[in-house]
Design a protein around this ligand. Sequence first.
Ligand SMILES: *Cc1c(COP(=O)(O)O)cnc(C)c1O
Length: 298
Amino acid sequence: MNQQILIDFPNHISVYIKREDLIHPFISGNKFRKLKYNLLEAKKENATTLVTFGGAYSNHIAAVAFAGKEQHFKTIGVIRGEELATKIQENPTLKFAQECGMQFEFITREAYRSKDDEKLMTDLRTKWGAFYLIPEGGTNALAISGCEEILTPEDANFDYVCCAVGTGGTISGIINSVLPHQKVLGFPALKGDFLQDEISTFVQNSHWSLIQDYHFGGYGKVTTELIAFINHFYQKNAIPLDPIYTGKMMYGILDLIEKNYFPENSTILVIHTGGLQGVAGMNIKLKNKNLPLIQIHD
Ligand SMILES: *Cc1c(COP(=O)(O)O)cnc(C)c1O
């Protein structure tokens, strides 16, 4: 569903938001798309266990845990940070995943960095038996095929499609499915020049660019200005945004509109990729620092 944002924008610009956050009650919009063909493949290979990777507040971990419960896979989450092993109950994401039946392997940040080494895979196979591996953030060729289904024929008239970027899988699917007159703008939620190359390996056209100015200090970092923006946007439009991805992107889009980045009469489609399960975890962190909280109700 595309919902118009009823703000009076300059230059006759109109902005619509594709509510992918509403396609599933628990699985964050784009994570649902990314898992679709991976789950079919896992079944085809007769896998009974899914193994994947993520950080403490990962939307992807929550999505895999829930999908596993729904579709009767055993799920193993390899989680960055050994210290979290004793803090599952205090972490809304891990608690949710555990309630869905996910079992965890907590590993050090150092081990996590070399998670693609054969040694870790061998150890995991010894402990858990054969499994279907879903990479961190869920990005692989099958995930990109799933994200090619986000845009539909009703989206053909937009000039721009905007999407938040983590590993680059979601935007790659979108890029592969835009029409020649459309341009895709990606808003990375993290610092890093590697995304440009990474996305280039997945896509078949050059109708896209990355806007690197709105990561707010890096992955998972927020400022009081960003939180205030998310709260204000919610009050005005009744659309909840998450602090890791969609809040940063929307802040960037509105800022670019103010700065006359978009030509007169541009029509912009913003993809709401979901991520709202992460709000509770962020609010615990903000509360511990005595900072204002995110006040949205999805
Ligand atoms: C994971 C995620 C993204 C980024 O998706 P990638 O495919 O990793 O680039 C964007 N928005 C939300 C809400 C997410 O959970």
